[in-house]
Write a protein that binds this ligand. Structure first.
Ligand code: GUN
Length: 281
């Protein structure tokens, strides 16, 4: 398929570059990431497994702190305080979702901005909105890298983002705006998503709803980025009805093999950038 944006290919290039940079570190400690997990969510287990495979592959150091699902918010905050102070740790991620008794905002607010590999802390988000951050949330950053890799013009483009999550929709919309796109965010309460979508040059779906984007949403000059990660009848799929739109649009990301691998590569780039900031200054 000539119009496929292959995230696996670009992520491999980025990870190979990182691997070389880490291999070339001399006379200094290596970058380290700590993945904190609370409970045993099967999707989280799978995501973390993928992350750790990539981390090991590029020679980055890591710890997986897997806490019991009944861990209290106070205990989790103590672990974060400890990691914030540990000078051998460059990046901390707390895998989401967290159990219901733990407040995500409180947790993300406690991670030191100097170690905020996910870019979810309010302080980092402020820098992201202002376009003045060392790191950017990994999924939005991965999406922008995919567009730039294929020379798909962002400045001046009409871009529709479906989904207003703190992890993808909100940071992504701001990052695209900083690159001078005209951005519309659609969400569950939007009256006619199809109408907005149809008028866009780039349609990015991060709604978490299988088969949301059908051929009625698209046109032949459109780029589609599918951020969905849904399981339907045991099969992993995105938000886009891929088969019905793939031969119409100009560019499209597959699921799997599109945005997903880019998220991991950009997360590890973030850790490396934090390492440079923390360790080599
Ligand atoms: N859960 C789903 N996506 C993510 C992510 O990018 N980071 C973290 N920490 N948790 C997630």
């Amino acid at each position: 398929m000539q119009n496929l944006i292959n995230g696996k290919e670009l992520s491999k290039i980025l990870l190979d570059n990182l691997k070389v940079k880490i291999m070339n570190i001399k006379n200094n400690r290596l970058p380290k990431i700590v993945v904190v997990q609370v409970g045993d969510n099967p999707s989280s287990n799978k995501y973390i497994q993928h992350k750790i495979k990539s981390i090991e592959n590029i020679g980055m150091l890591h710890d997986h702190l897997k806490l019991d699902g009944r861990t209290s918010q106070e205990e989790l905050l103590k672990h974060i305080d400890f990691l914030n102070k540990d000078e051998t740790v460059d990046g901390i991620i707390v895998q989401l979702p967290l159990p219901k008794h733990i407040d995500v905002f409180t947790i993300n607010s406690r991670i030191s901005p100097k170690k905020d590999a996910d870019g979810f802390s309010p302080c980092t988000i402020g820098d992201v909105v202002l376009g003045n951050s060392i790191i950017y949330p990994a999924t939005p950053l991965g999406i922008i890298k995919l567009l730039e890799w294929k020379n798909i013009k962002i400045a001046g483009a009409n871009i529709v983002v479906i989904g207003k999550s703190n992890i993808v929709g909100k940071p992504l919309a701001n990052m695209l705006l900083n690159k001078s796109a005209t951005v519309t965010i659609c969400h569950k309460q939007t009256k006619d998503v199809k109408k907005f979508a149809k008028e866009s040059d780039i349609l990015i779906s991060a709604a978490g709803c299988a088969n949301l984007v059908t051929k009625e949403f698209v046109h032949e000059n459109m780029t589609i980025i599918d951020v969905g990660a849904n399981f339907v009848n045991g099969k992993y799929c995105g938000d886009v009805d891929f088969e019905s739109v793939k031969d119409i649009v100009k560019w499209i990301t597959p699921v799997p093999g599109g945005v997903g691998p880019m998220t991991i590569a950009c997360l590890l780039e973030n850790v490396y950038n934090l390492y440079l900031q923390n360790c080599l200054k």
